[in-house]
Each structure stands twice: as structure tokens, then as C-alpha cells.
Design a protein around this ligand. Structure first.
Ligand code: SF4
Length: 225
């Protein structure tokens, strides 16, 4: 099971709607968003995160989850970008076999992985970033993005019958309010869409940000019907 793990949080009540969960941070990302909240996790070759002497491995996380079956009911897989991990499906199968509900965060770049995961019923809640209107996607993702893949992933999740949400981070220097308005046309009717304000955590605290992006104080929550 090859899963590059960048961090592990044993408990959260705020990252999986309605569930107590642990969070697995995978290491490595195929995007280079200039505003990335988890930039310590982008490079797959950095073994130790600041403040962590030895990163946990997938098997030790599974062992932890085996012992917490009666105390936790969910596992969040985030990153980095989890869908680039070779061992993702095997890891998800093991977690599901333990009886956990699973939430997967993704940038939507690998719809072929999402198809397999959906077909196997390995995830109970998806959260996918829609980073920008398509004409600005490369700027917000920090690299050339295959927009067909993003479009396919949006359609897949919207048609999956599985709980999901789309998320946009409003980075003021890179996205205008009219960009956000344009972007809203990418969100399928019936899907939940959250827009959260970018917060430069590292600038404010001087600490590396390896915790999940905190919920904004006043999230704008759009429900499309
Ligand atoms: S997709 Fe997510 S983890 Fe990857 S660079 Fe962008 S914000 Fe960071």
C-alpha cells in the first residue's frame, strides 16, 4: 500500500460534516497553487514536516484506526492531492472494511481515479475545489490544468448520488468578485458550494500551516437548486 503520508490528526469535529473523524494528510500534489494553505505537503520528497520528527506511515494509521473504531466514525483523506497516491484505493478499502465513513478532498484533476472510487463505493463524502473560472484556472492552480478533467470531475460528483460539496477559496489578489460570480456557473444545480475567504495563516502566526484550512468565521454558503 503506497501512500505518502505527510501528517495525521487524530481527531476533528469540524472537517467531516456531522462526524467525529481523524484526518490523513497525503504528501505530494500535482498543482502548485501560489496561495496553498498546505504548501508543506506539496513536495512529495520532503519527509519530515516542521514540528514532526517522523511522519506516520499508512500501516500505523490503520492500526490507530483499528483501536478507535468505537470512538470515531469518520476518516478524512486530504492533502496534498490524495488521488495521485498509488495506494489510495487499497487504503480506502482497508478503512471502509473497518466500518468508517470516509470523506475525500480533491482538486478534481484525476476523474479516472474518482470513477473507480465511486464505482467501488469507497467514499461517502467528497469535497472538491473549483479554484477559478476556467480562463483563470492556470493562474490559481500555478500550472497548466487539463480543464476537461476538472469538468469531468464536477459532473461525476454531481451525478454520483454521493454527498459532496464544491469549494472555492477567494484569494483577493487573484480572484475578483466578478470572477466568483462567473465561477458560480460551473457549480451544478443541486450541489453545495462553499466560498471561503483566503487567510494567510503563516503570515499571521509565523507557524507552518499543516492543520486543515479552518472554516471561515462567516462562510458564504450557496445552495444551488
Ligand atoms: S491543490 Fe490543494 S494542496 Fe495542491 S497546491 Fe493547490 S491548494 Fe495546495
Amino acid at each position: 500500500m503506497i501512500m505518502l503520508i505527510g501528517g495525521f490528526q487524530k481527531f476533528t469535529l469540524s472537517d467531516f460534516p456531522g462526524r467525529s473523524a481523524a484526518i490523513v494528510f497525503t504528501r505530494g500534489c500535482n498543482f502548485r497553487c501560489p496561495w496553498c494553505h498546505n504548501h508543506e505537503l506539496i513536495d512529495p520528497f520532503i519527509r519530515n514536516l516542521p514540528g514532526e520528527s517522523s511522519p506516520p506511515d499508512a500501516l500505523s494509521i490503520i492500526r490507530f484506526l483499528e483501536k478507535r473504531v468505537d470512538l470515531l466514525d469518520g476518516v478524512v483523506i486530504t492533502g496534498g492531492e490524495p488521488t495521485i497516491q498509488e495506494g489510495l484505493q487499497a487504503f480506502l478499502r482497508t478503512v471502509k472494511a473497518l466500518g468508517y465513513m470516509v470523506k475525500l478532498d480533491t482538486n478534481g484533476s484525476r476523474p479516472e481515479v474518482l470513477v473507480d472510487i465511486i464505482d467501488e463505493g469507497l467514499v461517502d463524502y467528497f469535497a472538491m475545489d473549483i479554484k477559478a473560472p476556467f480562463e483563470k484556472y492556470d493562474i490559481l492552480a500555478g500550472k497548466r490544468v487539463d480543464l476537461d478533467s476538472i469538468r469531468r470531475s464536477i459532473e461525476l460528483l454531481a451525478g454520483s448520488g454521493i454527498q459532496h460539496e464544491f469549494r472555492t477559496t477567494h484569494v483577493p489578489d487573484l480572484l475578483s468578485e466578478s470572477d466568483i460570480l462567473d465561477l458560480s456557473s460551473l457549480v451544478p444545480p443541486g450541489s453545495k458550494w462553499k466560498v471561503q475567504k483566503y487567510r494567510d495563516h503563516q503570515k499571521k502566526t509565523g507557524e507552518p500551516h499543516i492543520a486543515p484550512t479552518p472554516e471561515p468565521e462567516n462562510p458564504e454558503l450557496f445552495l444551488h437548486f
